[in-house]
Design a protein around this ligand. Structure first.
Ligand code: SF4
Length: 323
């Protein structure tokens, strides 16, 4: 068969063989790895051998099968020495074989495996801080990055449960077309916060304090209250309305107080004279009950439980003040 033009001008052309995708591009979930290795070249099937078995384990944990997905790599040929493909190589192959098909078929989710595959579809290659978050490729397609499942074999920092949780997130987005990435929350006023807290039965709370050698001399700098869709941020010097709202939220027994390490924040607030009556729901403790072996930082929890962009990497704010 006569090679296609993009291959004759590709830096990886004329090596051992071309590994073509499996599945159909009409699939709503695309899984895109980096490059074929020796096993893939010997079978000419993507994700064969040990890496393939690890991929199957991750798919199975999310109740997915290979027949549910379109499976390919950002380059179809094996780079020399099994190094990661260069940006030039991956751009070359992806521009010809992947991007036009994404345009044509609009998959709901592209699950990328590894740093180079992430870089091909987003603006960064920081895989450990990006994995599990949701990026928007265009109005119809979302990108969920995760690490290369085969990395579990040689990188002790990568836990299989983390990779499986990313596959589960891609599967959730696939099965529920109404699920959208969280948008930036809207700023709201004091009365709305109290009304919604009573209606919803809980409020999320976070505080910032100034550091002081003595815990009891800490001063309160910022208090944030709200939910994923609406927030109110109050900062020092606090107004009477701020203090009354914080007091009402904390002292109403029917309003549960949710937050990351909320037990610490509550001790600080009680030391400042606030009375606390509602149930405390600490995200660290809840996470620990599910995954005691995994990290407990807020950024990590966001990558596991939320459908959102990595907020530390967000460039522009879309906050709207509707007070
Ligand atoms: S990597 Fe892609 S573009 Fe390059 S030769 Fe192989 S199939 Fe062709």
């Amino acid at each position: 068969m006569k090679p296609r033009e993009p291959c004759t001008s590709c830096p990886l052309y004329d090596r051992e063989g071309i590994v073509v995708p499996t599945g159909v591009p009409e699939s709503k979930l695309w899984v895109i790895g980096e490059a074929p290795g020796p096993s893939e070249i010997s079978t000419l099937r993507p994700w064969s051998g040990g890496a393939g078995r690890m991929l199957d384990r991750c798919l199975e944990s999310a109740d997915l099968r290979r027949s549910d997905i379109y499976l390919t790599n950002i380059v179809r040929c094996r780079p020399p020495g099994d190094r990661p493909p260069s940006t030039k190589e991956s751009n070359h192959c992806t521009d010809y074989f992947i991007r036009p098909l994404i345009e044509l078929h609009s998959p709901r989710v592209v699950l990328t495996l590894g740093a180079q595959a992430l870089k091909e579809f987003t603006t960064n290659d920081k895989i450990m801080s990006s994995r599990g978050y949701v990026f928007r490729l265009n109005s119809k397609t979302l990108v969920v990055p995760t690490v290369n499942p085969a990395a579990v074999f040689h990188n002790k920092r990568i836990n299989i449960s983390v990779v499986q949780s990313d596959f589960a997130k891609a599967a959730r987005l696939l099965r529920d077309p109404t699920l959208e990435p969280l948008d930036y929350p809207i700023l709201i006023g004091h009365e709305t916060v109290l009304r919604l807290a009573l209606e919803r039965g809980y409020v999320c709370l976070d505080i910032e304090t100034s550091e002081h050698p003595s815990f009891w001399d800490r001063t309160l700098d910022v208090v944030g209250v709200g939910w994923s869709d609406k927030v109110l941020v109050m900062s020092a010097p606090f107004t009477r309305a701020d203090i009354e709202l914080i007091g009402s939220l904390l002292s109403t027994p029917t309003i549960a107080i949710r937050g990351q390490n909320i037990s610490f924040d509550i001790v600080v607030l009680m030391s400042l004279g606030f009375k606390v009556s509602g149930e405390l729901q600490d995200t660290i403790q809840l996470h620990h009950a599910i995954y005691s072996e995994l990290p407990h930082k807020l950024e990590f929890l966001g990558s596991i439980y939320l459908n959102c962009e990595p907020w530390k990497q967000m460039r522009k704010s879309k906050l709207e003040d509707v007070k």
